[in-house]
Design a protein around this ligand. Structure first.
Ligand SMILES: [Zn+2]
Length: 182
């Protein structure tokens, strides 16, 4: 499995502002970015083309639970989860959400995709919608952490991405401050 080439290994910061450039030019631009910001593992910080080195991927795998719950009394039927909210993943999620480290999305996505068979089949779904966050929080943070993940998953699994279907109306307590954490 060491020859695994991440499908998102070419993930780069958004280049929508480069719309008028040709593909080849964007590639060169990305190559230049690699020189300035070489790809590193989001967990240990060592150089890694896939943004998640094999050692850390295995470490995360050992922490993963790949769980699933079913509900009849909520607005959703299934809840899939990869981790309990503890250990390395909790630390990295806190970094991702609160310490201005949106690039950690690459490490998360690589893990999702590498172990996709362990949890569920995306081809069952028509649309991917990120969990919305409040305007206030987006202004503070600069990004919706769930949107970044949703965009990459939608791209990889070729599923429609919709961002304007759900709107946050109540400012509930951030997950990171809850006593009961998953
Ligand atoms: Zn690593």
């Amino acid at each position: 499995m060491s020859d695994f080439q991440s499908p998102t290994s070419d993930f780069k910061p958004p280049t929508s502002h480069l719309k008028n450039y040709r593909k080849g030019e964007i590639k060169i631009f990305n190559k230049l970015l690699d020189l300035i910001y070489p790809p590193v593992c989001g967990i240990c910080g060592k150089l890694s083309d896939n943004y998640l080195c094999i050692k850390c991927r295995n470490k995360l795998f050992n922490e993963a639970v790949f769980g699933q719950d079913y509900y009849e009394d909520k607005n959703f039927e299934n809840h899939f989860y990869l981790f309990k909210y503890e250990g390395i993943i909790r630390e990295k999620l806190l970094d991702y959400k609160f310490n201005e480290k949106p690039y950690l999305v690459r490490a998360f996505i690589n893990f999702f995709i590498f172990y996709q068979k362990n949890y569920f089949h995306f081809d069952f779904y028509d649309i991917i919608i990120p969990v919305p966050i409040s305007k206030k929080r987006i202004n503070n943070r600069g990004y919706n952490q769930s949107k970044l993940i949703a965009i990459e998953l939608a791209k990889f699994f070729d599923i429609k991405f919709e961002n304007d279907i759900l709107r946050k109306s109540i400012n509930n307590k951030p997950q990171s401050t809850l006593d009961y954490e998953r």
